[in-house]
Ligand binder design. Sequence first.
Ligand code: MIG
Length: 634
Amino acid sequence: MDTGALVRDAESAETLRYWQVEEKENELVFVYELAERDIVYGLGEQVRGINKRGGRYVSYNTDNPHHTDDMPSLYGSHNLLLIDGDGCVGTFFDTPAKAIFEVDYHGSGKIVVRCDKNVKVVEMDGANAYAVTREFLSLIGRSFIPPLWAFGFGQSRWGYKRQKDIDAVADGYRNADIPLDWICLDIDYMDRYIDFTVNKKRFPDLKEYAESMRSRGLRLVPIIDAGVKVEPGNETYEEGVKRGYFCTNHEGGLFKAAVWPGMTHFPDFFQPKCREWFGNEYRKLTDMGIEGFWNDMNEPAIFYSEYTGVLNALTPSPSTESEKETNAYKDYRNFYHNIDGKRVLHDKVHNLFGALMTRAASEQLDKMLPGRFLLFSRSSYVGAHRYGGIWTGDNASAWDHLVRNVKMMPSLNMVGFLYSGADTGGFGGNCGRELMLRWLAFSAFTPLMRNHSAILTRKQECYRYSGTDDFRSIVSLRYKLLPYIYSEYVKAALHGDMYIKPLGFEYADERSRNIEDQLLVGDSIMIAPIIEKGAKDRVVWLPEEMTEVRYDGNGFECEQIPKGLRRIQVGLNEVVFYIRKGRCVPVCKGGPCTAKTDMRDVVLLGDGEEYRQYIDDGFTKDVREENIITVKKA
Ligand code: MIG
C-alpha cells in the first residue's frame, strides 16, 4: 500500500506518532491532546452530531431503539477519528472487541480511547479532514454499489402480513401517483419466522407474485434474521447442526437463544465455510425472483438465552448502573466462535458478527445473480461497506430523530457506508403529516430512501395522509434528481470518495466548519433541510455564491444568491437546495419508478457548463469509469 498510512499493532503501539499509549492489565489506553480549534469527526453510526467533542461513545454493537445523546452504542462500530484543526490527524482503531471513546468528555481537552489489546492502529495525516478521509476510504476498499432501482423510493412496515397488504401498498402508491420502486417484506412473510421459508398461506406463490410486481415496476425486498430456528425439519437448522456451522456455548454444546422464531442457533459467520453455506441459502429466495434483502437482528439481538434465563432467575434485580446489563450483554460472554480452529469468546469479536453476515450474503448473491443486488444490514463494522449498505435502525417518529439522521449521514460516509439512510418517518411512534413531509424532503437526498414503521404504530405510507399532492411533489423530486444522485453515488464509490459531506470538508471558514444542519450532497449540491417542528423558514449559510433551486411539484425555479446568510421560506410541498459555484446538476422528468425514468433526457441546472454523468443499464456489475459521459449545457 502506498497510501502513507502507518499500521501499528499492539506490540508496536508505543511507536505511534500521534497518541500516547499506556498498557493496562486488560486493555490499552490511548491519549491525544486536543487543541481548542480541533473538530473531532468520525465514529460513523453514533449519536451527538457531526463534531464528537464532549461525548463518550462505546463501540459495542447493540439493538437499542433509544437513540438519545447519552446512548453510548448503536448497531454498528466504526472506530475512525479525524482530528481536524491545523491539518488533520486520522486514526482507525481496528478491533473486533469493545472500544470506548471519550472525546473531550467533560471538557477534558483530551481524547481517551480504551480498548482490547487485540487492536491494529492505523494513523494517517493530511491537509484536512477531507483529504484524510479519502486516504482512509482508499485503504478500506470500494463501497457497495446497488442497482439503480435501489435508489428509487422504498416502502416498508413491520405488520404487512399477506399478499393483499402488499397489493394495497402497490395500489396505494400507483393510484396516488406517488413514485415507488420497492416494498419490503418484514418477518411475517416467513413461516413462523424461519429464515429462507415463505408462509404459503400468506404468499401462495411468491415467485409468480414477485414477477407480477416486477411488471408493475416494483421489487420485493424480504428480511433475513440472524437466528436460525431450532426445529427438526427446518433444513437450515439441520444442515447447520450437521456441519458444525453454529456457535457453541460454554460446555461445548450449541448456543441457544430466543429471538423471533423462538429458540435459535446463530450461524458462526467467522467460519468461511459457514458464510458460504449461509449465503447460499438466500438462493431459496433469489430462485423466486428476489433481488434484494435486508439483514436484521445481527448484532446479534437476543431476547434471552438458556444461560441468561437461569442467571436472571438466580440474581436479584440490578441495583447499580453498571449492573444494568441486558441479557444480550451477559450472553456475549457465554458463547463461542470457531476461528481458524480456535475457540474464541464472542465478546472478543462481537463487533464483527453483523458485518460477516452481510459478507456471507453479499459474496454468494454476487455469484448467484447475473446483475447487481440490493443488500442492507442493521449491524455493521468498517469493511462491511464493501458488501452492502446499512440502515440506522429503530429510530422514532420524532423531530430529534430527523435531526440525528441528518447529522449521522456524513459520519457514515466517512467510513464508506455510502448506501445508507434512516427509517423515514420514524420506526417507533406515530408520524404526523408535517414530520413525514420534512423527513421525506431530507431522505430525497440519501441513497437509501425508505419509509419504514413498526407494528401497532400509525400507518405512515405517503398515500394515507391528506393532501397527497404534497407527498407526490417531494417524492417525485427524488426521481427528477436520480441522474444526479445515481451519478454522484457511483462516482463516489469508484473514486473512493464520500457522497454526503459536512460543509467543513469543502469550506475552511469557521462558520462552515461548525455547521451541522446543512450538508453537501455529491459534488454540486448543498442542502439545508427544515428539521424543526412548525418551522416555515430557516436561516441558511452560503459559504460562496450559489444557485438556489426551489422545487414545488411543478418546476424548478433558480436564482443566483451571493455568499452570506439568508433566510428562506419553505412550504411543506417544497424542497429548496443549492448548487455550488461553477457546478451543474442534471435533472430529468422523473417517473412512477426507476424503470420508467429516462436518465438520459436531462436538463442542467446551476451556473456551470457541463456535468459528468454516470450512465449504465442500472444492473451491470461492470461499473466503470468509461460509463461516465460529459453532458454539456444546451
Ligand atoms: O425486534 O422485524 O430494526 O426494522 O421492522 C424487532 C421486525 C425486529 C427490528 C428492525 C425493524 C424490523 C423489526 N426488527
